[in-house]
Design a protein. Structure first.
Length: 496
């Protein structure tokens, strides 16, 4: 912070105080606290940050109420809005993080006020009656360890059946019971699923689906007529089989840039023909697609120990560990929450946070902790949480489908997790670090970490009602329909 910037800030704050004292012949009357959507009441006075700094602002005159002031600030449409306050002279101040406010003045506003140093969230206020301070309400982050910890149980395939009243159409369903999320489902191939045929998310406009994308929050149902997809030669043979790959992606309603969960299902239809136009689906067989198993050695950086789950009781990831922490049933899968605990090898070192972290899967990368400022912990993305306790850092992140898509469905690959962890030496240890940022009696610095973990898709077989077992392919759940063909109509008179 420069001297001139600090002096300007102090001078403006002093001048504001002097003006108010001079023009006020009696103490202002405090405004009643109001409920304002999207904002939280802080107090009656000037809004300040954690260090007592005031905020840059855009000011509009003659604003009659708190609600009107909030609406005016919302209408500016710029990132960095932290709150607002209304003055005793009915002036509305829309408060912004440092470095945002600039000329030109937004339409409808009177002036621009900058040169203050208010940063990030409003945390307090300097008492001055009649100047209510409101801050932007904290948005609820989506902790991967809570909202999506049961995704493999709460989101999945619900089964495939004959469409109501038809023997030549089938329908299938995906269900979801996680609030605040939406299913996007489609048929993505006219073959069984494999590791590479569906490396895209099923979403309107971003899909390789061969049919329409159905969007639904809780139950996505797709119905398909199959007659046009059967060759004449197959019809003449009297029977044929059709195969499909079904896929559904789950998107969080607060961020639709990537799916947080995905399911792929193989579907086989057995078709019987009486004539070229009279046919019925006699068997529907389904099996959830499982990607090929993958294996990789887990490695770590020197100086930082990494554990799966817990530093106290979890499995330590060590060099060359290809069959330990992620072996067999312990391999990671789509929808799992990957939990890593990081600890320093040396007793006189404490970890204080994660500066940045990245997950790489082939040519796809996701910043799960975004670098914020040198020496400070980064910002978690909405499916990641970090916590610090007892000198150790725990990182939890949801393993999203994009990782597995990038690895060809999870086959033969691994996720590379890397980042920079913040640490501190106690000054009494006599050791010095390169960055040398003083913080009380400690010296702050950072150290990289990296590891490679094997991945695969979940092996949960969907619960599909089994009626009969004839012509069942290995690993498939079967719905068998006993049919009576009516000549020239193709309608099925009964099925079980």
């Amino acid at each position: 912070m420069s001297f001139s910037r600090s002096f300007l800030s102090a001078a403006k704050q002093f001048a504001l105080s002097v003006v108010v004292i001079v023009v006020s012949s009696q103490p202002p009357t405090a405004m009643a606290q109001e409920d304002v959507p999207g904002y939280e009441y802080v107090g009656d006075g000037y809004c300040v940050d954690a260090y007592g700094n005031y905020y840059d602002s855009y000011m509009e005159k003659d604003v009659g109420s708190i609600a009107v002031c909030a609406s005016a600030c919302n209408g500016i449409g710029e990132d960095g809005l932290v709150g607002f306050q209304l003055s005793t002279t009915s002036s509305c101040y829309c408060l912004f993080d440092v470095g945002i406010v600039s000329y030109p003045t937004p339409a409808g506003f009177y002036s621009v006020n900058f040169g203050y140093n208010g940063t990030e969230e409003i945390v307090s206020f300097v008492t001055f009656s009649g100047n209510p301070c409101y801050k932007v309400a904290a948005t609820s982050q989506v902790p991967a360890s809570s909202k999506y910890s049961t995704i493999n149980a709460d989101f999945g395939f619900n089964g495939a059946t004959l469409a109501a009243g038809s023997s030549s159409s089938f329908q299938f369903e995906f269900t979801n019971s996680i609030s605040g999320s939406t299913i996007h489902a489609a048929i993505i191939a006219d073959t069984f699923c494999d590791d590479t045929n569906s490396n895209s998310q099923v979403k309107d406009g971003v899909t390789n689906a061969i049919g329409p994308v159905v969007v639904s929050a809780a139950l996505a149902t797709i119905t398909k007529e199959v007659e046009s997809e059967v060759a004449v030669a197959d019809k003449n043979d009297g029977a044929t089989t059709l195969n499909y790959c079904l896929r559904a992606d789950l998107y969080d309603d607060s961020d639709s840039t990537f799916s947080v969960g995905a399911k792929k299902v193989d579907l086989q239809l057995d078709i019987a023909y009486e004539t070229e136009i009279d046919f019925s689906i006699t068997n529907i067989q389904t099996s959830e697609f499982v990607a090929s198993s993958a294996s990789a050695s887990a490695t770590r950086s020197v100086g930082i120990k990494v554990f799966r789950e817990s530093c106290a009781s979890g499995c330590e990831i060590v060099d060359g560990d290809a069959s330990g922490c992620f072996a067999g049933e312990n391999k990671t899968a789509i929808g799992d929450v990957l939990t890593l605990c990081l600890d320093a090898e040396d007793a006189d070192v404490d970890l204080t946070g994660i500066e940045s972290a990245m997950v790489n899967a082939a040519d796809y990368s996701s910043a799960i902790v975004v670098f914020a400022e040198g020496g400070s912990a980064g910002t978690d993305n909405f499916v990641t949480t970090t916590s610090v306790a007892s000198g150790q850092v725990t990182l939890e992140t949801l393993l999203i489908p994009a990782y597995y898509d990038a690895l060809g469905g999870g086959a033969g690959g691994s996720l590379e997790v890397s980042g920079t962890v913040l640490l501190s030496y106690v000054a009494s240890s006599g050791r010095r670090l390169g960055r040398e940022l003083q913080d009380g009696n400690q010296v702050q610095d950072a150290s990289p970490f990296s590891l490679s973990i094997p991945v695969e898709n979940p092996t949960v077989i969907p619960k599909v009602a089994e009626v009969g077992s004839g012509n069942s392919a290995s690993g498939f759940s079967v719905v068998t329909a006993a049919v009576t063909v009516v000549a020239a109509s193709g309608l099925m008179t009964g099925f079980v």
